[in-house]
Ligand binder design. Structure first.
Ligand code: 4AZ
Length: 263
């Protein structure tokens, strides 16, 4: 997989019927919301979200997002780290623009990938990076193993990233954010069938689409009440009606992440 396509490698084709999806999903998109270039969000800054990290290659070309949870630990997606070595990865904090040169660049001393990870659609899509030097930014709290209320259907979640603003489109030079409602397990299972593993994943999006994470947003945060509750993982295309974004259900992996954060 080349560097150019690595952040797109989880865009998977799913053979679910549109009819099944239409009946499974019930949330409505905001009335009169115009499609804006994430898909359908607004621009923001790392000043507003200081824990939002760019995951880049050694040339500081961003390919995924990550969330700073301690000065030297970053939570991201396992699928972002497959084939990577610590020496080939950088974490960039405090840089709102992809073409910026400001902020703090950290080297990576260790990459932990969930030991059972195979592909995003099987779950366990979580990784923790250990930085060689501390980031001078406010960290994000993450959910505990017993925090299940954050995944209640209809709960408003926030996503962030520099990913493409349409499926197959261009990345956003400026960090973007959007809010999306959590989708029920029943509904998401209706969309994705057996690829949706409810104990390991959570879906978010409007039944009519229009707002979603997209290629390059992978590894970035899904926040509920400002707390990290999910990791951008996969989906059928981006912002398609009936196909919400799929996120790693972080509560399931909270103890494992804490073990890494404390290691
Ligand atoms: C990706 O390939 C990707 N619409 C990220 C998010 C979604 C789909 C694909 C969800 O990085």
């Amino acid at each position: 997989m080349s560097g150019l396509t690595r952040a797109r490698r989880t865009a998977v084709a799913i053979a679910a019927t549109a009819a099944a999806a239409a009946t499974a999903l019930t949330a409505a998109s905001p009335a009169g919301a115009a499609p804006q270039p994430i898909v359908g969000g607004t621009t923001t800054t790392t000043g507003a979200y200081p824990f939002m990290m760019q995951i880049t290659d050694a040339s500081q070309d961003q390919f995924c997002g990550g969330t700073l949870v301690s000065p030297t630990k970053v939570v991201t997606a396992a699928h972002c780290m497959v084939g990577e070595t610590p020496s080939g990865v950088r974490v960039v904090g405090g840089r709102t623009y992809l073409n910026g040169t400001n902020g703090t660049v950290a080297r990576v001393s260790r990459i932990w990938i969930h030991p059972n990870y195979t592909t995003a659609t099987r779950g366990e899509d979580v990784a923790v990076l250990t930085l060689s030097t501390a980031m001078p930014y406010t960290t994000a709290k993450y959910v505990s193993s017993t925090d299940t209320s954050v995944y209640a259907a209809g709960t408003t979640a926030r996503v962030l990233g520099w990913g493409t603003t349409s499926s197959g489109g261009s990345s956003s030079n400026q960090l973007r954010t959007a809010t999306v409602p959590i989708v029920s397990d029943t509904s998401c299972g209706g969309s994705y069938g057996s690829d949706y593993v409810k104990s390991e994943m959570v879906c978010a999006g409007y039944s009519s689409g229009g707002v979603d994470t997209c290629q390059g947003d992978s590894g970035g945060p899904l926040l509920v009440g400002g707390v990290l509750a999910g990791i951008t993982s996969w989906g059928e295309g981006c912002a398609q009606a009936g196909y919400p974004g799929v996120y790693t259900r972080l509560a399931t992996f909270s103890s494992l992440v804490t073990a890494q954060v404390n290691s």
